[in-house]
Write a new protein. Structure first.
Length: 159
């Protein structure tokens, strides 16, 4: 049911896609928002295997959206070098499709939050625990299970 890329020559392999996800510090989570309007919201994340992990408030537009429709996509732009004389941009990007679940199990939620925090400020366990503890019950952790992953780069970047 997922589409093939039309310009196959520009398609990146899975390892390159995963590297782009691992190097990016944020991406855009796209969900089915209110009244059929798609809602793309920028978020920090960490990848653990085939799962993308986000944290967010327990209420709000994105939380309501994923509760109603778990299907989502997540887009990362890794490179966007505008080349004016070509009226073009040299780009690399990744799009993941999957389903989002709100993590209910407290141990799993804590482990995923630690992974998220560790990614952005490695080696500061005490600070991380102090950050999480007062917020733990008031936040959600979202686990986005990747079902389909594609990456694309502009022809100019092909070697
Ligand atoms: C690089 C980056 C990383 C971020 N990382 C995180 C993260 O890890 N966790 C997290 O919870 N939040 C993060 N944010 C903030 C995030 O984008 C949302 O603002 C936040 O999660 C609230 O989302 P919501 O749907 O609950 O907002 P709500 O306040 O419920 O949204 C209501 C409306 O406000 C507007 N809105 C909400 N967020 C934005 C926005 N970012 N820009 C413009 N309009 C907006 C939209 O019109 C939306 O329909 C990040 C933002 C950026 C730019």
């Amino acid at each position: 049911m997922f589409r093939e890329m039309r310009r196959k020559k520009q398609q990146l392999g899975e390892e390159e896609c995963l590297s782009i996800l691992d190097e990016a510090t944020s991406g855009v989570l796209s969900v089915l928002g209110d009244d059929g309007y798609p809602y793309g919201v920028p978020l920090s994340f960490v990848r653990i295997g085939a799962t993308l992990v986000f944290h967010c408030a327990a209420t709000g537009h994105k939380t309501d959206a994923v509760k109603a429709h778990p299907q989502a996509s997540f887009t990362v732009v890794a490179q966007d070098d505008v080349v004016p004389s070509e009226y073009n941009t040299h780009y690399r990007s990744v799009i993941a499709f999957g389903r989002v679940r709100i993590v209910e199990d407290r141990d799993e939620k804590m482990a995923l939050l630690r992974s998220l925090g560790e990614r952005y400020w490695p080696g500061h366990d005490d600070e991380l625990e102090a950050e999480i503890a007062p917020r733990f019950d008031h936040m959600h952790v979202l686990a986005f299970e990747i079902e389909h992953l594609t990456g694309k780069q502009s022809l100019a970047l092909m070697h």
